[in-house]
Design a protein around this ligand. Structure first.
Ligand SMILES: [Zn+2]
Length: 119
């Protein structure tokens, strides 16, 4: 049985108590400069890094303290290398994305429509 350490409970707990949430340290859209069009909203909602190696992930202790925390996981072996509380600095650097480099920067790809300008 895989054990995952919850940084809030400070205990090693069985993996069935946890659920994966999403990619960690992803800037929220309101932190991006300017306004977001539909294209960039879709990028934020659906685009994810697909890292082969060490990845920073957001996990949820669903059957425990019910808090979100961050984990450093090797996506090849599925080994959880470290866990840390929200707001803390990752203890291990993330692997670089292999192959095509995908930008996660928010950018305006079209001119604002007249409806957007009227806001
Ligand atoms: Zn917990």
């Amino acid at each position: 049985m895989l054990l995952i350490r919850c940084p809030y409970c400070e205990q090693d707990r069985p993996e069935v108590e946890f659920s994966y949430a999403h990619q960690a340290h992803k800037p929220r859209p309101e932190e991006a400069e300017g306004t977001l069009d539909d294209h960039n909203w879709a990028r934020w909602v659906y685009y994810r890094k697909n890292i082969k190696g060490v990845a920073h992930e957001r996990w949820y202790h669903a059957a425990g303290c019910r808090k979100f925390f961050n984990a450093v996981r090797d996506t090849v072996s599925s080994e959880v290398l470290a866990t840390y509380r929200s707001g803390e600095t990752p203890p291990i650097e993330e692997s670089r994305i292999e192959g095509e480099e995908i930008s996660f920067e928010y950018e305006r790809t079209t001119e604002p429509t007249s409806a957007e300008e009227g806001k």
